[in-house]
Design a protein. Structure first.
Length: 76
């Protein structure tokens, strides 16, 4: 059985995170930190590789507290 998580480009992931209120707060090398204020605040680290692997996307969504289905709806 395959993974429900797609392989995505980092720019697309960052655009969707921004639509959820995340803001870029820093970058160290090839990794960008996004943060959304709230209680509790959420932080997600995005690698700037050519593509983000399925397992990495799963981890990013867990960090951000986002559901895969809702995240993918914002993909269009």
């Amino acid at each position: 059985m395959g993974s429900r998580y797609p392989v995505m480009k980092p720019a697309e992931i960052m655009r969707i995170l921004e639509s959820y209120g995340f803001q870029k707060v820093s970058q160290k090398g090839s990794h960008v930190k996004f943060r959304r204020e709230g209680n509790p605040a959420k932080v997600a680290i995005i690698p700037l590789h050519s593509e983000v692997a399925k397992g990495t996307l799963k981890s990013i969504l867990e960090q951000a507290g986002l559901d895969l289905e809702d995240f993918l709806k914002m993909k269009q």
